[in-house]
Design a protein around this ligand. Structure first.
Ligand code: ATP
Ligand code: MG
Length: 474
């Protein structure tokens, strides 16, 4: 008779790993300690343990415990229970939320009629079951606040050392259960500079089209997460390589195939976005414009070649190529219109700005001007062009802004004076709310000097410090 050998977790003691409490958020520590002194198991879980072991600063600190949601609520006055299917505790410290969840297990596997595994309800489980329901081994590690040790039920420590992203369980099942995990694999591999292990990679190449069964808002969210950490070029390259892009954005995939595959121009524009100072703070509109710039450029060139005598309708081209993205991923209208405007504005930078020209003065007052300039800088950098015009536009913008600022100072002395040219540069102005498309249209119908800025970033904030040369300043 054979018995399956039961092995316990790998435990790495405090002296054998690099996680120090000084790197853990102080509020997360408070919650960890309070749960522990109340007699519960209290672990730091998921991405934060992975990032701390890699010496990176975690984006958030999630906790796992054997305390049930109602028990957690009794311990913390600042606790809110959220979710219907599975209740999570949000412990709130000002604007910060420490997400604390009760250990749960992978739901029973039900073979549904369409052959897909369904991940329906969630049930409480042991720490081991909780580790095993997670997506990748490196995301299944625990840090125990009682012993300061790292607990590994899934082989995550070994994979962290090998810098490998491996599914917990059979990837052919795990990716079908939740196809978004395939996009998460791409995101983590690009972000952490890890390789996806052979079996998981093969499973993605087999099941990539299942991504079309995933919820569109989740997919859209993951698409924009691929731009984070300045790794968009690696991430989209992997998304394309693993054939997920073919399912998600077939037109863009076709453009890449017809323009040189791994030598296609799209990669250099994404790389220039990743290395640009604006990269981490770019709006989704600017990110979209960078992703689609090569496609847009190709379309406008073929349009010009087709009808050399007529005027090319750039706005039409930008909107029509972006409409496929919008239809497939339901991107917010704000993102769509910003991206379309940035692509359309691009050609305006071919002129050198002339002082005293109303046309140029109006252009720099446009709410999207700074991002349009960023796109221009990214394209010029990617193409290895001279940045003189970028600097000229930046200098012109600075001059106009200073002039408008002087105007505002005068206005403060004389409140009766006409509206300032840059309505939004008043330093004490509250940050504007991102506008809906309707507001945006209303906004653009106003005279330029009365338009409200649709972004929370205001020129005053951006220009508060002298612009370094990498921003195109002198
Ligand atoms: P990030 O730094 O982007 O927040 P993360 O690893 O913390 O990375 P989250 O999306 O915050 O990722 O999820 C927290 C944890 O929850 C993950 O580390 C993983 O263990 C688990 N998890 C998240 N999404 C899934 C999923 N689709 N399937 C299984 N486990 C998941
Ligand atoms: Mg996280």
């Amino acid at each position: 008779m054979f018995f399956k050998r039961k092995t316990g977790p790998i435990i790495r003691e405090r002296s054998d790993h690099c996680i120090s409490r000084s790197n853990i958020d102080e509020d997360a520590l408070k919650v960890l300690y309070r749960l522990s002194t109340s007699g519960y198991i209290s672990y730091l879980v998921g991405g934060s343990v992975r990032d701390l072991l890699l010496g990176r600063h975690p984006k958030d600190f999630d906790l796992g415990t054997n305390a049930r949601p109602n028990e957690i609520r009794k311990i913390f006055r600042n606790c809110f229970l959220i979710g219907r299917r599975f209740r999570l505790a949000h412990i709130v410290f000002g604007k910060k939320v420490i997400e604390t969840s009760t250990f749960r297990r992978q739901p029973e596997e039900n073979e549904a009629t369409d052959g897909l595994y369904q991940a329906e309800d969630n049930t409480f489980g042991t720490p081991e079951e909780d580790a095993k329901r997670r997506d990748f081994t490196v995301n299944g590690l625990f840090y125990d606040i009682k012993t300061f040790s790292v607990i590994d039920y899934v082989g995550g420590l070994k994979d962290l050392e090998k810098r490998e992203l491996r599914c917990i369980g059979d990837p052919n099942i795990r990716f079908r259960e939740d196809p978004v995990r395939m996009m998460r694999a791409v995101k983590f591999a690009a972000r952490l500079d890890f390789t996806i292990d052979r079996t998981s990679r093969k499973a993605i190449l087999t099941h990539h089209s299942d991504i079309l069964n995933a919820s569109v808002p989740r997919v859209c969210e993951e698409i924009y997460r691929l731009f984070t950490y300045s790794k968009s070029s690696e991430a989209f390259r992997l998304l394309w390589d693993l054939e997920l892009l073919k399912d998600l954005l077939p037109e863009l995939d076709e453009h890449i195939r017809s323009s040189g595959n791994k030598h296609a121009p799209i990669w250099k524009y994404l790389h220039a976005l990743d290395t640009d100072p604006v990269s981490e703070n770019a709006s989704n509109g600017l990110r979209t414009a960078c992703l689609y710039y090569a496609f847009f450029d190709g379309q406008q060139k073929s349009e010009l070649a087709r009808m050399p005598q007529s005027r090319v309708n750039y706005q039409h081209i930008s909107r029509s190529i972006l409409s496929t993205l919008s239809e497939r991923l339901h991107i917010p209208k704000m993102t769509f219109f910003t991206a379309a405007a940035l692509l359309d504005f691009h050609r305006r930078f071919t002129d050198v700005p002339v002082k005293g020209s109303k046309r140029f003065a109006n252009f720099v007052r446009h709410p999207d001007f700074l991002e349009a300039l960023a796109l221009y800088r990214i394209v010029q950098t990617a193409e290895g062009n001279d940045l003189t015009k970028v600097h000229a536009w930046q200098a012109y913008y600075n001059e106009e802004w200073e002039a408008a600022h002087r105007h505002i100072d005068e206005e403060k002395v004389n409140p009766e004076s006409p509206e300032a040219a840059f309505t939004v540069v008043a330093e004490d102005a509250p940050p504007a709310k991102p506008s809906s498309h309707r507001n945006r249209q209303r906004n653009t119908n106003r005279p330029l000097n009365e338009q409200r800025h649709p972004h929370t970033r205001r020129p005053a904030e951006q220009l508060a410090t002298p612009l370094p040369t990498e921003f195109g300043g002198e």
